[in-house]
Design a protein around this ligand. Structure first.
Ligand code: F6R
Length: 611
């Protein structure tokens, strides 16, 4: 997964490409490169590192200015992050230039074939087969050549292509991997994602599978691979520019943590109504498919989205009293048990482009399982491929660590669980009125959490500065929260943070508890509180430094820990949303005090479009 951009028009392509790439660097920041044409000749520059490194190199040694070009910011999947593995990649004669996002699954067979035909490869990437194939099958007509080559590629990919023989054109292809055309006044743009386009245009067209777009100075044509013309149905972007800028914040992560009350309000808006919960798209889907009960529900997701899935599992299981499983997307695709059309599969993904989750969804569909996607991108691949979409209104999440997407996902899952309970007459019906009340004050409770915990967490984060290990413990939903807190601390603060079910520590991990080691103990689930307190005491007896997170006024927890952070008390299903706030803040301040780039953690990227 990486970011692709393109520009064709009257302005300097270089500055527009660089600007667009900077807005996409959450998709990968191992290397960056551009190819620019002045309508006669194509010039390229590639650099290891971030777009800023490429920009510095171009300032030091400019390339020929031009009014069209393509660009790439890379997250290395095949081949280390070196200049030679950076995009744009070309064939050995420099006839074609390619920027690519995704994976060419059959690249080894293609490479073998091309080598046997006398081609020489310079990189370790899967991408390099594409310019070689274009050169090999070149008919002299750029578009025709592309049409010959694309069917030979297997996998999910988005491509922007240039040809030395046709330096006035860009050809774009999208196959199960996003690539959006932006329409300007006498100019056009390409981007893997909306943020890069927003300063330039709100009129867009996401290229569909099996389509190619031919961009020239005067025209943007979309055709099928067979050459049939398509009139692109333009989509107007609703996001505004403010949502994509830092405003007064130092980092997107803190901005997005702080935006959670609003994100939750938007996700509830129009759905949490006076008489209950309405999600018309889900109701229509259930009616259309005549689904009045399910044998089982499986929730698939990766990383933080898997953690929301684990929360959803416990909620749905309680409300519906049927088996519910939370599966890791990358495992589900190959290791799922029995599946049929009576089992619902819910796919969770902020981006809607995570390759593992898309594969899991495809696998579920193969068995006829009805599918619901919960995503933050309406036009994403997951949204398009699922039978029903529940859109989270978290707004653009630009920091690589997921924060507001996570709490919006849980909010959407709670709404969905209420609809499914009502529609399938689940035993949780009697719980609904209390849950509805709690949902009405959720956004305010999150706001209170932010106010109550921010300063204390900032101070605690300073204490963790000289630590390398940290444990988080909890029972039930608190255990899932501990997993999410640990993931955030690992990715943002590079701390070895490990989460355990509180009762499990004594079965082995307790051996790692030494005096002073920081332990975060979550005790927000009232029915498990007494047992959680016993586990905290066991750890305190080994002299760990324990910070408890519990509900306001819980003196019994505060009596057994070194420090306590209070959060408001709410319905047990909502506590994973509230308690996430101090954990997100801790990761943020711990990453910051250690001097790391919290928005762009090393080796990571947002939206992993490779399996
Ligand atoms: C962690 C994080 C990742 C994502 C995961 C899935 O902070 O952001 O673990 O949650 O890569 O991404 P989506 O939700 O886009 O499928």
């Amino acid at each position: 997964m990486s970011g692709i951009v393109g520009y064709i028009g009257r302005h300097s392509a270089q500055s527009i490409l660089l600007d667009c790439l900077k807005k996409l660097d959450y998709r990968g920041y191992d290397s960056a490169g551009i190819a620019v044409s002045d309508l006669k000749k194509i010039d390229i520059r590639r650099e290891k590192g971030r777009v800023e490194d490429l920009e510095a190199s171009l300032q030091l040694e400019p390339i020929r200015p031009g009014c069209l070009g393509i660009g790439h910011t890379r997250w290395a999947s095949h081949g280390t992050p070196t200049v030679s593995n950076s995009h744009p990649l070309s064939d050995e004669e420099g006839r074609f230039y390619v920027v690519h996002n995704g994976i060419i699954e059959n690249y080894q067979q293609l490479k073998k074939f091309l080598i046997s035909e006398g081609h020489h490869f310079q990189t370790d990437t899967d991408t390099e087969v594409i310019p070689h194939l274009l050169a090999h099958f070149d008919t002299g007509n750029f578009e025709e050549t592309v049409r010959k080559v694309i069917p030979q590629l297997k996998g999910a990919f988005a491509l922007a292509l240039m040809s030395t023989a046709h330096p006035n054109q860009i050809i774009a292809v999208s196959y199960d991997n996003p690539l959006i055309i932006g329409f300007g006044q006498g100019e056009a743009y390409l981007s893997s994602d909306i943020p890069a386009l927003l300063p330039y245009t709100k009129e867009t067209y996401p290229i569909k599978n099996g389509e190619i777009a031919i961009l020239t100075q005067t025209n943007v044509e979309v055709k099928t691979l067979a050459g049939e013309k398509i009139v692109p149905e333009k989509v107007t972007i609703r996001w505004n520019h403010d949502e994509l800028s830092l405003q007064t914040y130092e980092h997107f992560m803190l901005k997005e943590i702080t935006e959670q009350p609003e994100a939750i309000k938007r996700t509830l808006k129009g759905r949490l109504i006076e008489s209950g919960v309405a999600i018309p798209e889900v109701e229509a889907f259930l009616e259309e498919r005549k689904l009045s009960r399910f044998e089982k529900i499986t929730i698939v997701g990766s990383g933080t989205s898997h953690h929301s899935g684990m929360i959803g599992k416990k909620i749905l299981e309680t409300m519906l009293d049927i088996p519910v499983e939370a599966a890791i997307s990358s495992e589900f695709s190959f290791e799922h048990g029995h599946l049929n059309d009576q089992q619902l599969v819910i796919a969770l993904s902020q981006s809607g482009e995570t390759a593992d989750t898309i594969s899991a969804l495809k696998e579920a569909k193969k068995y006829g399982a009805p599918t619901i996607a919960i995503t933050n991108y309406r036009k994403s691949t997951l949204a398009r491929k699922s039978d029903c979409l529940v859109y989270t209104h978290a707004g653009p999440e630009l920091a690589v660590p997921a924060t507001k997407a996570y709490t919006a996902q849980i909010t959407a899952l709670i709404l969905l669980s209420i609809v499914l309970t009502e529609k399938t007459n689940g035993p949780g019906r009697k719980m609904v009125p209390v849950l509805l009340d709690a949902l009405h004050s959720l956004a305010d409770d999150v706001e209170k959490c932010l106010i109550m915990t921010q300063d204390a967490i900032d101070q605690f984060a300073q204490v963790t500065n000289d630590q390398e290990h940290l444990f988080l413990i909890g029972r039930g939903l608190d255990y899932v929260l501990a997993l999410e807190g640990a993931l955030k601390l690992q990715e943002v603060a590079y701390l070895h943070a490990d989460a355990y079910a509180a009762g499990e520590m004594k079965h082995g991990t307790m051996a790692l508890i030494t005096p002073g080691i920081p332990v975060i103990a979550l005790a927000t689930q009232q029915h498990l509180r007494d047992k959680a307190i016993n586990n905290i005491k066991e750890i305190k007896a080994r002299d760990a430094y324990v910070v408890g997170i519990t509900t306001t006024g819980d003196d019994e927890v505060s009596a057994v820990v070194d420090e306590v952070l209070y959060i408001p008390e709410a319905h047990p299903f909502l506590m994973p949303i509230l308690a996430a706030i101090p954990l997100q803040l801790l990761a943020y301040y711990a990453g910051k005090v250690r001097g790391y780039n919290v928005d762009r953690p090393r080796n990571l990227a947002k939206s992993l479009t490779v399996e």
